[in-house]
Ligand binder design. Structure first.
Ligand code: FES
Length: 106
């Protein structure tokens, strides 16, 4: 599944993810700026924060309690469409997913 990341300056990068891979893993594997992922995907750091495009929000699984708690501590403001990209696992139905990157992760 392909993911489009839109940077805070409006530039975008399209990244090809493998099935089951997290959006964070796909981003870091491609060396994308804007996702730090300090904890390596364990839902402990909140430096993989993204804003999910509204068209895709309803297609994602619900936020788990640990993700919800961490999202309260993001460096850029939490919004209703905030998620941790390490908790978004790609499946064929998410092909074309659009994620916006916050201004900062720390
Ligand atoms: Fe640390 Fe997602 S990589 S919370």
């Amino acid at each position: 599944p392909a993911i489009t990341f839109i940077h805070s300056d409006g530039k975008s990068d399209r990244v090809e993810a493998s099935d089951g891979e997290s959006a964070m893993q796909a981003a870091t594997r491609h060396g994308l700026d804007g996702i730090l992922a300090e904890c390596g995907g364990n839902a402990m750091c909140a430096t993989c924060h993204v804003y999910v495009d509204d068209a895709w929000l309803a297609r994602l699984p619900d936020i788990a309690d640990d993700e919800d708690a961490l999202l309260d501590g993001t460096a850029s403001e939490r919004r209703p469409n905030s998620r941790l990209s390490c908790q978004i696992h790609l499946t064929p139905v998410l092909d074309g997913l659009v994620l916006r990157l916050p201004e900062r992760q720390v």
